[in-house]
Write a protein that binds this ligand. Structure first.
Ligand SMILES: Nc1ncnc2c1ncn2[C@@H]1O[C@H](COP(=O)(O)OP(=O)(O)OP(=O)(O)O)[C@@H](O)[C@H]1O
Ligand SMILES: [Mg+2]
Length: 292
């Protein structure tokens, strides 16, 4: 039920159970709305952690689309092609098949990367059994939303007359269930962070309304709010080489480094800080931002 596009290849069926080990920080990227930047953020944060000297695993629970698997695969090919010292995550892609024991498979996969400091899990932009189970393992759940009422609708219904939060909607309810499942399993808690992502130059009125509604909802259902990354070409143009703007600054790559690359690196760094991830070389995790 498992394939891996790059890095060490694991087959969950062949994995034997390993004993308990020190747990890595598990960061899950989830939102039932598609295209909000989950996979892009997941890969950029995984690379940022690798570049800070941490051992990182990436797990793709959206293996059918396979964005992060392809990104990691492209990165490996770039390293082979150029001989550059590109740090790689240990990558596992889990796919759905009928009659599988999802929870045991994911748990087994997590045990195999238990020596890592961080596990980055990417999930699909729709509901699936695999994604639901993935959510229950989050120490940090990152939900990127674009600054749009359509994206907010997945989290909460907004009263069209009063323009206030009417009630939480399906994804918020799913996160609530995931939190309960997590607490029941190991007593742990989840730091849920909604990230206003792919920020652009949209009109100030929309931004203000979104800020107010997201703020209102955060108090009501208990998540933190963080600013994500801006809409920039640099976040998409390096996919075929599996790189990020930060890699370009660290590798002997002849591409020109533009101001937008510098801004992108800073945005990722700010986001790492907001998520409680180490933003400097070989520093530990920042515990204050972690709810558990
Ligand atoms: N900050 C950004 N600037 C420019 N383009 C972006 C940015 N973030 C994401 N994109 C682009 O938007 C598209 C969707 O991004 P991505 O695949 O990361 O979203 P997703 O939430 O993982 O989608 P899905 O729900 O389908 O898995 C891609 O083409 C990606 O390159
Ligand atoms: Mg994706």
């Amino acid at each position: 039920m498992v394939w891996s596009s790059s890095g060490p290849t694991y087959n969950v069926a062949a994995m034997t159970s390993l004993g308990p080990q020190k747990s890595p920080r598990v960061v899950v990227f989830g939102n039932e709305k598609g295209g909000t930047g989950k996979s892009t953020l997941a890969m950029h944060l995984a690379v940022a952690l690798l570049n800070r000297g941490l051992k990182v695993a990436t797990i793709d629970l959206d293996a059918r689309q396979g964005t992060i698997s392809r990104y990691v695969g492209n990165r490996r090919l770039y390293a082979e092609r150029t001989g550059q010292p590109v740090p790689m995550p240990e990558h596992i892609a889990l796919d759905m098949s009928p009659h599988q024991i999802i929870e045991a498979d994911l748990e087994n996969a997590l045990r195999h990367v238990a020596h890592c400091s961080a596990v980055i899990i990417d999930t699909p932009g729709h509901d699936s059994a695999l994604s639901q189970v993935g959510h229950t393992y989050a120490d940090v759940l990152v939900t990127p939303i674009n600054d749009s009422l359509i994206d907010l609708d997945v989290l909460a219904h907004v009263d069209p007359i009063k323009q206030t939060i009417h009630r939480p909607s399906h994804y918020s309810e799913r996160v609530w269930k995931a939190k309960q499942a997590r607490a029941k399993r190991d007593g742990g808690s989840m730091d849920w962070v909604v990230v206003r992502n792919r920020l652009g130059q949209l009109d100030a009125r929309n931004k203000k309304l979104m800020a107010r509604l997201v703020g209102e909802l955060s108090k009501r259902i208990g998540f933190r709010v963080a600013e994500g990354i801006h809409e920039r070409v640099i976040y998409r143009e390096l996919f075929l080489d599996g790189l990020t703007a930060e890699d370009l600054a660290m590798l002997a790559d002849r591409r020109e480094v533009a101001m937008s690359h510098v801004a992108a690196r800073q945005e990722i760094r700010n986001l790492m800080r907001a998520l409680g991830l180490p933003d400097q070389l070989e520093t530990g995790f920042i515990s204050s931002a972690h709810g558990g």
